[in-house]
Design a protein around this ligand. Structure first.
Ligand SMILES: *[C@@H]1O[C@H](CO)[C@@H](O)[C@H](O)[C@H]1NC(C)=O
Ligand SMILES: *[C@@H]1O[C@H](CO)[C@@H](O)[C@H](O)[C@H]1NC(C)=O
Length: 224
């Protein structure tokens, strides 16, 4: 089974969908396109509360997508975007969107962004470089169905419907997702690269993914 699988992966030119330890590594989204993306694997089919954290570095000054989680019925089940020009972070949960203002965009700097959704209260919040936004209500219904998670593109349909004008170009690292609202202390630690509990939905230290297009795994560069 394993040798055949590795053989087929080699022949088909796919990165094997086995967990990779991406500690100290980053993904380089090296060309603007409407096809290049990374698909992250999860077997979860029911999401209540979640936290997503991503660290990114880019020279994009247009709108771009940070994280895109879709189900067959919800293309923006959990979606995170950046509006560099207006210092806003946009969060979508169950296709309902809100923009958080006053979250300064930094060109060619590593920035960390975490989004939390407390499904019980329906409250959402984002944290940029460890600093909180206002809390707002979005929705208090769970997300159900098979899930596709994409980095580098925004899904306008389940696993596809990409738009080059919403694509990501740059570097990303430390992608984690938890099935609970991470505490402010842990979010602060995440932003400073200190200790925090690894994600239990997505864990950068053991993550399954498939790459389409010219996205390269490189050693992480730490300067801020
Ligand atoms: C929502 O999801 C959470 C976590 O998966 C689960 O514990 C809870 O029972 C779900 N609620 C409903 C109404 O399905
Ligand atoms: C934050 O990181 C520091 C340094 O690694 C650690 O001592 C501390 O326990 C962490 N805080 C939490 C809440 O885990």
């Amino acid at each position: 089974m394993a040798p055949l699988y590795i053989f087929l992966s080699f022949v088909l030119g796919m990165s094997a969908a086995l967990p990779h330890d991406m500690t100290e590594k980053m993904l380089v989204f090296s060309q603007e396109s409407n096809t290049a993306h990374v698909r992250l694997t999860t077997s979860r089919q029911n999401l209540g509360p979640v936290t997503v954290c991503v660290r990114y570095f880019t020279e994009l000054t247009r709108f771009f997508t940070i994280f895109s989680l879709a189900t067959p019925s919800l293309d923006n089940a959990v979606a995170l975007y950046r509006h560099p020009g207006s210092s806003e972070v946009e969060l979508g949960v169950r296709n309902l969107h809100t923009k958080f203002k006053g979250l300064e965009f930094k060109l060619n700097r590593w920035q960390s962004v975490c989004a939390t959704w407390d499904a019980a209260s329906g409250l959402v919040q984002v944290w940029l470089d460890g600093k909180p936004s206002t809390m707002k209500f979005l929705t208090n219904s769970n997300i159900t169905g098979p899930i596709i998670i994409v980095l580098g593109q925004d899904q306008d349909s389940f696993g596809g419907g990409f738009d080059i004008k919403q694509s990501f170009v740059g570097m990303m690292t430390d992608v984690h997702m938890w099935d609970y609202v991470l505490s402010p202390l842990h979010i602060d630690n995440y932003s400073q690269r200190f200790n925090f509990p690894a994600g239990n939905i997505l864990n950068w230290r053991s993550i399954e993914f498939q790459v389409t297009g010219r996205i390269l795994v490189q050693k992480e560069q730490h300067q801020n």
